[in-house]
Structures are given as C-alpha cells and as structure tokens.
Write a protein that binds this ligand. Structure first.
Ligand SMILES: *[C@@H]1O[C@H](CO)[C@@H](O)[C@H](O)[C@H]1NC(C)=O
Ligand SMILES: *[C@@H]1O[C@H](CO)[C@@H](O)[C@H](O)[C@H]1NC(C)=O
Ligand SMILES: *[C@@H]1O[C@H](CO)[C@@H](O)[C@H](O)[C@H]1NC(C)=O
Ligand SMILES: *[C@@H]1O[C@H](CO)[C@@H](O)[C@H](O)[C@H]1NC(C)=O
Ligand SMILES: *[C@@H]1O[C@H](CO)[C@@H](O)[C@H](O)[C@H]1NC(C)=O
Ligand SMILES: *[C@@H]1O[C@H](CO)[C@@H](O)[C@H](O)[C@H]1NC(C)=O
Ligand SMILES: *[C@@H]1O[C@H](CO)[C@@H](O)[C@H](O)[C@H]1NC(C)=O
Length: 366
C-alpha cells in the first residue's frame, strides 16, 4: 500500500467529527439535494423497475425502522441518507424520482425539496447494468429525469426563483463502480483501465449536461476500493484485485482534474470530491482502530467471504452488524456509510475530501 496514512488517522478524524456532528445544521443557501448514481445511494428507484438489482427482501433494511426493506442496498440507511441528514436537510434522502412520478398528486411540491434518481447497477456508461440486471436507470436517463424536474421547478416557482433554487441545490453523484466491475466480470483477462477514457469522457459529458440545466454545486463521491469487495475476493480467492483498485485510484485522480478544469472554465461551477477509495483502504488496513472487527467478509451472504451472492432470507447473517465494513457482497454497512458521510461532510484537510468539504459546498451561495 502506498498510503502515507498515520496508523489511526481516519479513526481520530471520525471521533472528532462525531462530536461535532451533534450540532444541528441548517443551510439557508441549501434549498434541495438531488442525488444521482448507483446502489451506494439508491433509496428505492429499482423497486419501480422489473430488473434484478433489487434489495426488497429480508435482510435488507433489518436495521431500518420496523426492519423494513426499502430498496436500499444496506442493513439500514445509506451514504445519501447520512449526507442529507448531516446537512440538516431532512432525516434521510429525498424519495426516488420514480416514486414521485408514480404519484403525480404531490409531484410539483415535493420536487422542491429534492429528488433521488440513483439506480442500483447503473454506471457512468450508458449500457452498464442494462444486460446484467435487466433494467436499470442509466446516469444519462437519470439526468433526463432531472431535466423534467428542473422544468417543473421553473414552472412552479417562476424563472428567477426556480433558477435560484436549481443553482443553490446540491448535486450528489456517486457512480462508476459498476462500469469497472462489470467490465472485469465480462473480460476477466483484460485490464479494467481499458474503459477509463470512455468513463472519463462520459463523466465529463454528464457534468456538462447538468451544468447546462443550471446545476452549480457538485458533491462527488468517488469509486471506493472495488478491488476489495467480498464479491471480488470470492472470485479472486482472497486477495484484493489490484487492477480494480487501480481503476478506482486512477479514476479518482482524473475526476479531480476534470472538476478542477471545469471550475476554472465554467462560471459559478463549484465542487467537492471525496476519496472513498482512501476511506475504504484506511478502514481495511486499520479495521480495529476504526471500530470494525471485520473488514473482509460480508455480514450477509453466501459462499466464500459471504461474497457469492446478494443477501437473501436464507443467507448467513452476522450478529453485530456495526462491527462489519461490508453489509453484503458489494455494499457497506449502515455504520460504514455513516462514517463515510461524516468524513465527506465535515472532514478537515484535503486528504479525504477536496478542495472543500460537503458542508462548505452546501453553504456557498450562488
Ligand atoms: C413490470 O412487469 C409488470 C408485469 O409484467 C408490468 O405490468 C409492468 O408494466 C412492468 N413495469 C415496468 C416498469 O416495465
Ligand atoms: C436498456 O434497457 C432499456 C429498458 O429495458 C431498453 O429499452 C434499452 O434498449 C436497453 N439498452 C441497451 C443498450 O441494452
Ligand atoms: C493503473 O492504470 C494506469 C492507467 O489507467 C496504468 O497506466 C497503470 O499501469 C496501472 N497500474 C497497475 C499497477 O495496474
Ligand atoms: C461514452 O462511452 C461510449 C462507450 O460506452 C463511447 O463510445 C463514447 O465515445 C463515450 N464518450 C462520450 C462523450 O459519450
Ligand atoms: C489494492 O489493494 C491491495 C490490498 O490492500 C493492495 O495491496 C494493493 O496495493 C491495492 N492496489 C492498488 C493498485 O492500489
Ligand atoms: C478543460 O475544459 C475546456 C472547456 O470545457 C476544454 O476545452 C479542455 O479540453 C479541458 N482541458 C482538459 C485538460 O481537460
Ligand atoms: C469542513 O467543514 C467544517 C464544518 O463546516 C469546517 O469547520 C471546516 O473548516 C471544513 N474543513 C475544511 C478543511 O474545509
């Protein structure tokens, strides 16, 4: 590992943050949060599709109120929920677009408080997830849905107020893992960096589209250490897959360049990017110091590392879910997501989130 991290710096950071986060926050300049991406931030979009990337059975949601599966790929809440609640913008993520669109009654008032477009299994590339999971909402389609929302906001509030809301809202994007993982599954002997240029150019294109629709405040969650998830360890036979880790790191550094270039060439463009690769690796390398007992096996699943399949009612289920980094073959536990969100929102220094943290981004007035 080439990480120059202090033994327990992530842990210390998080302890300090946990104390700070007791303060209720509220940002006058943050009217709404719009969320795009994959299963790391999906709060039930896929419940409205006929695909197979779903989290609607036990034991998903076992730690959610009433142990209810909601479609979140977690034992409870996910990173989007925690970011939104830490920013003081509600108890959890705003609802899925498809839930609002299926119930047109409240649509025009509810969208003013934010919408979650994220779809498990999707990626930055148009086709990612489509065949593997039968039906996902691609990032491009998520942005098309946002265009409908944006149009309605301008119609409801009028042009000036509507544009102000759109510009001052926060745009969280957490996508890219599935592009690389799916490529590796389909091409086991080819480096996943083969698709790097396509992923970069499509990411840039999506940012441009959102910017042209009036979005200004971009909160980017990078690709975590996908080479070390239980599903990959189960296939490789134990160790992390360096090639996938490499793709996470290379894509993170190219995203920082793309975003930096955007902010110097596009007026009003603001961003913050979190290095979730580094967050995952610091927990894996120092699990106990970070309060985890298990950073390799999934809590719920079957087969090696509980990484053979998704969590189902007949899977192995661990007892102490808060001690696990991974909830299932692909996803972090609620506790790991909460630590990631605390870091993204409040971290000091530029190691984990740069050039500013999400709370500072949220408080900027455009
Ligand atoms: C899903 O399948 C059901 C039953 O086959 C069908 O009625 C419904 O329209 C489908 N939904 C979508 C979003 O394709
Ligand atoms: C992706 O899925 C949608 C909906 O099922 C379908 O209409 C579309 O043709 C698919 N695209 C590709 C490239 O498979
Ligand atoms: C990581 O990816 C970069 C470019 O995408 C490539 O040049 C480099 O050789 C890769 N490194 C390893 C260790 O795979
Ligand atoms: C996006 O990715 C596709 C391959 O999936 C590629 O053909 C295309 O050139 C990429 N770039 C843009 C800007 O769409
Ligand atoms: C991926 O993770 C493994 C296990 O910690 C580590 O040894 C390796 O250096 C990582 N690879 C890359 C390219 O970061
Ligand atoms: C920076 O952005 C400008 C304007 O969009 C673009 O023309 C240029 O190619 C970008 N440069 C890099 C290095 O990406
Ligand atoms: C991160 O957020 C906190 C709380 O808003 C702020 O006090 C702090 O200065 C920020 N840190 C950095 C490095 O930007």
């Amino acid at each position: 590992m080439a990480l120059a991290l202090g033994e327990s710096s992530f842990f210390l950071l998080v302890v300090i943050l946990t104390a700070n986060s007791m303060l209720p926050l509220s940002y006058a300049s943050l009217p709404a949060v719009f969320i795009f991406g994959d299963s790391t931030v999906d709060v039930g979009t896929n419940n409205y599709l006929n695909g197979t990337a779903t989290a609607t059975d036990r034991f998903y949601g076992i730690d959610y109120p009433y142990s209810m599966p909601t479609g979140r790929f977690s034992n409870g809440l996910n990173t989007a929920d925690f970011i939104v609640s830490l920013l003081g913008d509600g108890r959890e993520s705003p609802p899925p677009y498809l839930a609002l669109a299926n119930n047109m009654a409240g649509f025009k008032s509810k969208i003013l408080r934010g919408v979650n477009f994220a779809s498990g299994g999707s990626g930055i590339l148009e086709d990612t997830g489509n065949k593997t999971w039968k039906a996902v909402v691609s990032l491009r389609n998520q942005i098309d849905q946002f265009a409908i929302v944006q149009e309605n906001i301008l119609e409801v509030l009028g042009k000036a107020k509507g544009e102000h809301l759109v510009a001052n809202s926060l745009y969280i994007i957490s996508s890219g893992s599935n592009d690389f993982v799916e490529f590796t599954q389909n091409n086991p002997f080819v480096s996943s960096t083969t698709i790097m240029t396509d992923v970069q150019s499509n990411f840039t294109k999506h940012l441009k589209t959102l910017y042209s629709l009036g979005a200004r405040k971009f909160a980017i969650v990078s690709v975590p250490a996908i080479g070390c998830i239980p599903a990959v360890r189960a296939i490789v036979g134990g160790s992390c897959l360096d090639d996938l880790n490499n793709s996470s790191r290379v894509f993170y550094s190219s995203m920082t360049k793309i975003l930096d270039n955007f902010s110097s060439t596009s007026e009003g463009f603001l961003y913050s990017i979190g290095n979730t690769y580094l967050m995952t690796m610091s927990i894996i390398d120092n699990a106990r110091a970070n309060g985890f007992r298990e950073a390799i096996n999934a809590c719920c699943g079957t087969g090696d590392f509980n990484g053979g399949d998704k969590c189902t009612p007949t899977s192995n289920l661990c007892k102490n879910r808060d001690e696990y980094l991974f909830w299932d073959w692909f996803h972090p536990t609620q506790r790991a997501s909460s630590l990631a969100a605390l870091t993204l929102v409040f971290a000091e220094g530029k190691e984990f989130v740069t050039p500013i943290n999400f709370s500072q981004l949220a408080s900027k007035e455009v």
